[in-house]
Design a protein around this ligand. Structure first.
Ligand code: HEM
Length: 183
């Protein structure tokens, strides 16, 4: 997993919880890297699992909920860090349906060793979008947070249904988004 995900995670912990909590989880997580990350470095994704697990122990909040909080935060950071990816995109569905064939393709150009999931995305109609997440890594709840962050970032509201279809070691999750009419 790229260092940028770790540096953003630790910043979120400092902001949402406190610098002391960030120090404590680094100490308790028993990390091969020692908790020192650079944005362009690459680290085993199990370090993220260890950090989130340590944060869960420290705060009493479930791991899945913490990954969602982080995903939401991370989307806001991506929007600030990579404004070019948002040029000409005017809706959350318009953004989400191009994560696989555009966003993560560009991410791979920037970081050739990035470990990215696969999304199979289809629009059922103007209100409903299905995104199927597949990965060898257990970050479906991070994806859920990113999806919610994306909706928020475009000022939209949707119900997001989460179906775990995993079998074996891989993670496979179907997200069904249905826009909620605010008018
Ligand atoms: C501007 C938008 C985005 C950028 C710049 C971006 C970039 C990245 C980067 C740098 C990684 C780390 C790769 C690695 O650790 O080696 C990543 C992983 C990931 N991305 Fe994106 N991403 C974006 C949008 C999204 C969205 C909207 C979703 C969800 C719908 C998503 C889902 C994920 C997930 C779940 C991972 C973790 C790896 C895995 O699950 O296998 N990303 N992305």
């Amino acid at each position: 997993m790229k260092g940028i995900v770790f540096t953003e995670f630790l910043e979120m912990v400092e902001d949402v919880f406190s610098p002391d909590v960030a120090d404590a989880i680094i100490e308790h997580a028993n990390l091969p890297s020692g908790g020192v990350y650079t944005a362009v470095g690459t680290y085993d994704h199990s370090e993220m699992v260890r950090l989130v697990t340590a944060l869960s122990r420290e705060t009493g909040t479930e791991v899945d909920d913490l990954l969602e909080v982080f995903g939401k935060y991370l989307f806001g950071r991506f929007r600030a860090l990579y404004p070019d990816f948002f040029t000409g995109v005017d809706s959350a569905f318009g953004f989400l349906e191009h994560v696989e064939d555009y966003i993560h393709v560009e991410v791979r150009k920037l970081y050739p060793d990035a470990e990215l999931p696969t999304f199979d995305t289809r629009r059922l109609d103007s209100e409903r979008l299905v995104m199927e997440y597949s990965s060898a890594r257990p970050f479906a709840h991070l994806a859920n947070g990113l999806i919610h962050g994306c909706l928020e970032s475009f000022g939209e509201t949707a119900e997001v249904d989460f179906e775990d279809l995993s079998h074996g070691e891989d993670t496979h999750t179907r997200f069904t988004l249905r826009l909620v009419d605010n008018g």
